[in-house]
Design a protein around this ligand. Sequence first.
Ligand code: NAD
Ligand code: MG
Ligand code: MG
Ligand code: MG
Ligand code: ZN
Length: 456
Amino acid sequence: MVSMTPKGEMVERFLDFAARGDVDQISIMISHSNFLVNECGQNGWTALMFASRNGHFEVVKALLSKGCDKSPVNKSGQTAYDVAKFWGHKHIANLLANDEAGSLERVLPNAGPEEQESYFSREFLHRMSEKRTDSQWLAAKQSSPETVFLLFFNLNPLVTAPADEAASGGSDMKLCRLRLPSVEELLRRGDTMVVFLGVEKLPESHSSSAQKDGDDGLTAWFALNTEQNPMDHLRSVDAQSFFLKPPMPGLLTLCENDAGVLAQARAVLAWHSRYSFCPTCGSATRADEGGHKRTCLQADCKSLQGIHNTCYPRVDPVVIMLVIHPDGNQCLLGRKKIFPPGMFSCLAGFIEPGETVEDGVRREVQEESGVRVGPVQYIACQPWPMPSSLMIGCHAVAVSTDITVDEHEIEEARWFTRQQVIDAFVKRGRPPFVLPPRQAIAHYLIKHWIGINANL
Ligand SMILES: NC(=O)c1ccc[n+]([C@@H]2O[C@H](COP(=O)([O-])OP(=O)(O)OC[C@H]3O[C@@H](n4cnc5c(N)ncnc54)[C@H](O)[C@@H]3O)[C@@H](O)[C@H]2O)c1
Ligand SMILES: [Mg+2]
Ligand SMILES: [Mg+2]
Ligand SMILES: [Mg+2]
Ligand SMILES: [Zn+2]
């Protein structure tokens, strides 16, 4: 082993505290030796990178407050910002990007807007995908009194209304967090689908004290779905709770945290309910890996050789776009027959095989409205769990303006002026149309266009 200088040892100790989130030790060491904030260890990582990797917000803040440089890159060319973003620590990525000389702007001067959190996108569980193959761990969690179970009946979640429903206008519905005694009987039934969702993220102050007696102290979450009314098999469930249906607009009434976990749970459960047989050979399949895989039971099935995407939960990419008139002052919105009266929204469509996002936008806009599109810019995305789409939101610039609607899909499409869109937002006078609900990415794409062109 290579021996280290006393300084080298001190740096490694400092980096270790950063990796573990020990903000007290970090502050003490900086107060004696401020140079540590910019040191990197033997693997080329700085304290800021380690803290960003492990989601230690307070450590990142402390390092920044001591003038830590955000620009160094590790051996893979990643800054601390890149590391935070890669590991999904959005709050840390925002902190690192918002600070004046944000690395994103420097590296990508023409970068679009900051990553946008949308309804259905909040991740408050850590998915712990490495535990999906640990059947012993999963079984222990399924029989732990701490574990949280979400229940679905035909993909409709069990919810409770807020106590002051009138005041909240019926929104902010909560998913019922059931415990083992309530669902024990359901878990024993063969026809209950069980999906491991993840574990609650730990507060930064979490220590290893909970790890005695083999318990890792992690609270696991599972989603259950049944196709037969589970009410007779449930124990001690709040009398106010009920299954939320139909999905639209019902699922848009959840609070933001619950909408995120619902998007994950419902999309996976919907996949199980649609793929009970092997898409390759038609045989029966079995759920594996905590409900994140289906394996064919036919020994010589092709799907058992190599990796087949038919064995994993599906996500369907959909482009959704706000098309802007060449004059920059109008946008194209359409309405489907099924929309509530007066509502107009962005055009949208499924991406086809072999197509880029940009080509998908151009094709769908032309098919649905006859308008031809030039430049396309990605803005934001949103999981859409009905049943399992990923909405890829873009702005696009039209290069022609005549409208011919595809009547199979769209009842009407129109150019609306910026003023008309603003009137619809502020609901002034008699607005010319109704906007899609704020939970839909279409709403955000329209609002963002108004925002970036603000000349009110
Ligand atoms: N979040 C939002 O703001 C928002 C707004 C609009 C639409 N959406 C969602 O986007 C999705 C797609 O929009 P669209 O209906 O206009 O798409 P679209 O314009 O491609 O037309 C739908 C048709 O495409 C075909 N299709 C192709 N691939 C499909 C697939 N993987 N699954 C189902 N059908 C497929 C079917 O014939 C279907 O009738 C819808 O599910 C809709 O709920 C979300
Ligand atoms: Mg469409
Ligand atoms: Mg279409
Ligand atoms: Mg289509
Ligand atoms: Zn098969």
